[in-house]
Design a protein around this ligand. Structure first.
Ligand code: GDP
Ligand code: MN
Length: 386
């Protein structure tokens, strides 16, 4: 789960990181009031789950209260990479030219089976470009998962990255960031810019914080950060049903299967058949008719979906249960898009009998997943995909 900047900053603050002051607002009037409270220049910052807000015009320095209100008026409601800005963070501005902008971050790195710490003296808005063009300017360091990041290690990395300023305080901030990552099960934490004030003190001006979805059950204190309006509505509905569902861009074939492996294969097969999968949906093992019904309902709702490919290999999942769910969806008028299925395994014969009566342009069964995917792709492309 991605957190907003202000939420990530709240967590970092709990771990003792020196974070720039700021308050959240949803109206230009509130922004003016915050300016009056601070009585000094502020920065008005869009709170949306994307990076590069500054470049998109979502971060505005505001030298007086009129300007603060005007910037808020422009930023609230703004569209940034497809997301509408509903909140802004108003921060107590720093004099950016009087200090330096660095970058520090931590990411779960499967290659090293731990976190990798990253540090660069080239912080600010261009870090993606630094990573692409001069990756040697980003120092990487494997953090021991048992000890966590230790102060002497943080200090060595800061020196190697060429950081200037109060190195003890900078290292201390990195250690605190690391504790926050470990204890809140972050998959990613970034502080960028990590601002070094004229006297050498580090201050976090911006953060990205992403928590492992699979660990959310042990972070009840973070659960309330979730904003349904900031997520894809179908993903919200899927999580209510307990499905593993991922909406995919530019697809036209809805895909569902029983198990992550078979669904991954199904995505490949759809691609090979010349269409594009519109989603990943795993109904899990042992799904009964009602689960299948909900899955079909969910996928059908996606306007990108022109046809549906169902790929079931029944082990503990019974093919006849799958058939019943699909038939129920058909009878309830939920199924309006062509369904092409391959249902094999346990109770396959029963499923064939049930579906035999329903065989139509809308529902067709095929002996192999390749044929079913071919047909689903053909239908989707004919109906005009993306
Ligand atoms: P991002 O573009 O989404 O990463 O948003 P940031 O919060 O990192 O802000 C982008 C840029 O705005 C920073 O790199 C700074 O150059 C600038 N900025 C952010 N906070 C301040 C501030 O307090 N004062 C000034 N003068 N500039 C700031
Ligand atoms: Mn930033």
């Amino acid at each position: 789960m991605k957190l907003h900047e202000y939420q990530g900053k709240e967590i970092l603050r709990q771990f003792g990181v020196n974070v720039q002051d700021g308050k959240v607002a949803t109206t230009p009037e509130e922004v003016r009031a915050i300016y009056q409270e601070y009585g000094q220049p502020v920065v008005v910052k869009a709170q949306v789950h994307v990076g590069g807000r500054g470049k998109a015009g979502g971060v505005k320095f505001s030298p007086n209260e009129d300007k603060a209100e005007e910037n808020a008026r422009n930023i609230l409601g703004m569209d940034i990479k497809g997301l509408t800005v509903e909140k802004v963070l108003v921060t107590r501005a720093v004099d950016i030219d009087a200090g330096t902008e660095y970058y520090v971050g931590m990411i779960v790195d499967r290659n090293v089976q731990s976190y990798t710490l990253m540090a660069s003296a080239e912080g600010g808005m261009e870090i993606e470009e630094v990573a692409a063009t001069t990756p040697e300017k980003i120092i990487k360091y494997r953090v021991d998962p048992v000890t966590g990041l230790r102060p002497f290690e943080a200090r060595a990395v800061a020196i190697e990255a060429g950081f200037k300023g109060n190195l003890n305080k900078i290292a201390d901030m990195m250690v605190k960031m690391s504790k926050a990552a470990f204890e809140r099960d972050a998959v990613l934490v970034e502080i960028n810019p990590l601002f070094i004030e004229a006297d050498g003190t580090p201050l976090a001006l911006d953060t990205k914080f992403e928590v492992d979805d699979n660990a959310m059950y042990r972070h009840k204190d973070i659960a309330h950060y979730r904003e349904l309006s900031a997520e894809h509505p179908l993903e919200v509905e899927a999580s209510d049903y307990g499905f593993a569902y991922v909406k995919l861009d530019d697809g036209n074939v809805g895909v569902l299967g029983n198990g992550a492996g078979i669904v991954m294969t199904s995505l490949d097969v759809v691609n090979r058949a010349g269409a594009k999968p519109a989603n990943f949906l795993d109904i899990g093992g042992g799904a009964k008719a009602d689960v299948v019904y909900n899955a079909v309902k969910l996928v059908s709702k996606d306007p990108d979906v022109k046809s549906i490919f169902i790929n079931i290999f029944g082990g503990i999942t019974r093919a006849d249960e799958v058939a019943k769910g699909v038939i129920q969806a058909l009878d309830d008028g939920i199924l309006t898009k062509p369904v092409r299925m391959r249902i094999a395994g346990t109770a396959e014969d029963e499923a064939k009998v049930l579906l035999g009566d329903k065989n139509s342009d809308l529902i067709k069964m095929y002996p192999t997943m390749f044929e079913a995917a071919e047909e689903a792709a053909k239908e989707a492309n004919a109906l005009g995909g993306k």
